[in-house]
Write a protein that binds this ligand. Structure first.
Ligand SMILES: [Zn+2]
Ligand SMILES: [Zn+2]
Length: 251
């Protein structure tokens, strides 16, 4: 059993939606933040007032709408008196990137946090165990190296795409999963390096994904093609378009 809160469902420049970011709570009580872009830290603290509640943060890739919220997250945990270590999980080089990001945002703060940062660096098609979950990754097709992440608690499986079009290795990873939260930038595959609603439908059918949440829609597509998107969603009750603040349980 997993509980999902969509802190944001938007792309980088969407003024009406927060950057795509998901707060996940497992049946065993672990708490994970999936991506932490420009807007995500404020949304996180609006939803969670306990400084020690969050166990880990996953960063899918290094675009600002997926990781530039980290300095604010760390700053506010420090201000709130966090004591528990915080795991930061992402691709090789994450520790160096986070340390330099913090040094640019709040110079000198990293030495007086009051809590430890535990970095876990991974790569494509790697497996690790953390917070009572098995974490497995696959590369997507994006303009920056991006890892899709499959989280498995032994009874249910959640996939979070980050950005990018799914390739064959994603299709293998997500087979039979309970919920996929997938980036879809346009209706069709017009933009290289981004997913689409059509591509998500193909992935869902081919990999027998039970439910799929479409996130990170290009802001003008979300607005101008709403009716067309509505018609597509009407054809499949297990394909949905969450809004900021929506929650869903898995399975
Ligand atoms: Zn993005
Ligand atoms: Zn990106």
């Amino acid at each position: 059993m997993m509980q999902i809160l969509f802190l944001g469902v938007g792309e980088a420049c969407d003024p009406d939606h927060g950057n795509t970011s998901v707060l996940l709570t497992t049946g065993a009580g672990a708490s994970l933040l999936l991506d932490c872009g420009f807007t995500a830290a404020h949304r996180f603290f609006a939803a969670c007032s306990d400084p020690d509640r969050l166990d880990a943060v996953w960063i899918s890739h290094c675009h600002g709408d997926h990781y530039f919220g980290i300095p604010l997250l760390i700053l506010r945990f420090r201000e709130m008196g966090r004591r528990r270590p915080l795991a930061l999980v992402g691709q090789a080089g994450l520790e160096e990137i986070v340390r330099s990001l913090m040094e640019m945002a709040y110079p000198g703060f990293m030495v007086k946090l009051g809590f430890a940062l535990q970095f876990h660096e991974t790569g494509p098609e790697q497996t690790l165990s953390l917070a009572g979950l098995r974490w497995r990754t696959a590369p997507t097709l994006h303009s920056r190296p991006n890892l899709g992440l499959l989280l498995d608690d032994g009874s249910c499986r959640l996939y979070y795409s980050g950005d990018g079009r799914p390739g064959d290795r994603v299709a293998g990873l997500v087979r039979d999963c309970d919920l996929a939260i997938h980036e879809a930038f346009r209706l069709e595959d017009e933009v290289a390096g981004h997913g689409s609603i059509a591509g998500c439908r193909r992935l869902k059918a081919g990999a027998r994904i039970r439910r799929l949440a479409l996130v990170h829609l290009e802001r003008r597509v979300r607005r101008k093609q709403r009716q067309e998107i509505g018609r597509i969603l009407d054809q499949d009750p297990d394909l949905f378009l969450p809004e900021d603040g929506d929650t869903v349980s898995v399975p």
